[in-house]
Design a protein around this ligand. Sequence first.
Ligand code: GLV
Length: 314
Amino acid sequence: MYRILVTRELPGNYVNEIKNKIDANILFYDNKINVHQWLIDNIEDADGILITLNEKIDKEIIDKARKLKVISTYSVGYDHIDVDYAKSKNVTVTNTPEVLTDATADLIFGIMITVSRRIIEGNEIIKNNQWESQWNPYYMLGSEIHGKTIGIIGMGRIGNAIAKRANGFDMKIIYYSKHRHDVNIDYVDLNYLLKNSDFVVIALDLNNETYHFMDYGKIKLMKNNSYLINGTRGKIINENDLIRALNEKIIEGAALDVFENEPLSHDNPLIKMKNVVLTPHLGSATLETRSKMAEVAVKNLLNVLNGNEPLYKL
Ligand code: GLV
């Protein structure tokens, strides 16, 4: 009988159905102790674990596992897992790309429009009963989206999906990434992108090379009426540098779905900035997408346990 650890309830019935497909004993995290400790305490005999991006799977956990065959993460990102170490111990690591690409690109595009057209500010004015003036030619002017230049940093699946949306909005699209991709979009060098984009959109994954990729020096190259948008991983931007740049009005604003530390601390200066739109890591947060992610994460897990190739592996 397989022993499987599951750290969160997931949408859909996929996790429950595991038992109909293999002989398995599934242990759910019960919130009684912190999840890292719970994994350490229970992983020794586990064959597979189904985790989310909240769970840091480090050497300590992997070393405790004696039978582990698969770490299935319910996320596209895998910066929370020591993938190289897991692989060195013959543990397969799987993730859930593709099914969340469109939902994430929608959200990133959404927060980009929201910050530039001041949608949250407008909403707050009405909800706080502060809409007192009549329609006025100069009232709450924002920046247009169509016709503007969007500079996408990273051209993986999510970057590509953002470009598709930008195309529909008649934007001029440029991109930079470490390697040129086979896409019909202008590839430019990073300095050009930063200096010429009205919207700089981060579409990178987090790794040692992209940690604090956007720092003060790079933000300083951006136009001062431009916006920085991030919906992949918070640690790609040096948040203190961004706060400094916003305070110094080096850029017009920012829209962020991800942060260096989540949840965002209540005294983070970004919270008080009107020209910054913040959402709590909602990229894949639709019932449809989260259900598809559960289906993929469970299939990945089962495939590895059954000796087959998972749908996606790292
Ligand atoms: C979300 O951030 C993910 O990595 O799936």
